[in-house]
Design a protein around this ligand. Structure first.
Ligand SMILES: [Mg+2]
Length: 255
């Protein structure tokens, strides 16, 4: 957890609201990217970042399309339509507050009526945006049958995070943990989390999407070729839909 980045993300999200911007994703990695990781400080800067992201995606998309078509013709590859691995950060992306903000409270957590949990000091840990319906869709919709779901977290309190995943409910009889195939929860640069995910699944980096509310993590993981989506307000429907569009642009051959 990088508290500075969390605060930066919060400030940025408020700034976005003030400027009336939509939650277009700021992306890093395979399909148009921000190699500096520093553009997201103002609306105008972010606008440039988004435009350069789109332009870059288009240029790279053309190149990627030609390269993939050529490669596919040679190798008889199958079409790519959806990512094979979706990776979510926990604190500030799937839920809020961050685990360190529960210090003084924390475990044990109690389930509440809306499917979230409350820590021993009465603070609620709640899923953000459309995280609940999204995790349900990923587990139940046929479209995602070949896609794995992972979490990559550097949370300060991994045992609390485990308990929250066990007790937060996505639907009747379905807890959050049961919707996640792989968990990589430990300290360190998230590049390590992704190398572990790659080794465990065999899935190429360019078949992954990563969602995180810290630009530094997006930038780091983006260097591997993973499409990384900055989520300053957590997993919203807008972010989700547009991330799939970004992925599709990077894999034009499949469409
Ligand atoms: Mg986070």
């Amino acid at each position: 957890m990088r508290r500075g980045s969390f605060i930066e993300a919060e400030r940025f999200a408020r700034h976005v609201d003030k400027c009336g911007m939509t939650d277009l994703p700021l992306c890093f990695g395979v399909s148009g990217f921000d190699q500096t990781g520093s553009q997201n400080r103002t609306c105008s800067d972010r606008g440039r970042a988004t435009r350069s992201c789109s332009a870059s995606a288009s240029r790279r998309g053309n190149y990627e399309s030609r390269r993939r078509t050529k490669g596919a013709m040679a190798a008889g590859a199958t079409r790519v339509t959806v990512p094979r691995l979706l990776v979510f950060d926990l604190d500030g992306t799937l839920w809020r507050p961050e685990m360190y903000e529960l210090w003084g409270g924390g475990a044990p957590f109690k389930p509440n009526k809306d499917g979230n949990v409350v820590d021993r000091s009465g603070t609620e840990v709640r899923l953000l945006g459309n995280s609940r319906s999204l995790l349900l869709e990923l587990r139940t919709d046929e479209r995602w049958k070949d896609t794995q779901v992972a979490v990559a977290s550097r949370t300060d309190e991994p045992t609390w995070a485990e308990e929250c995943m066990q007790k937060i409910m996505i639907a009747d009889g379905m807890n959050m943990k049961s919707t996640i195939d792989i968990e990589e929860i430990y300290k360190g640069n998230k590049v390590h989390h992704f190398r572990a995910l790659h080794e465990k699944t065999g899935i190429p980096y360019d078949q992954m999407i990563f969602y995180d509310n810290e630009t530094a993590n997006c930038h780091d993981v983006g260097t591997l070729g993973v499409l990384c989506i900055f989520t300053p307000r957590g997993m919203t429907d807008g972010i989700w839909q547009q991330s799939l569009e970004q992925f599709a642009k990077a894999h034009k051959f499949g469409h």
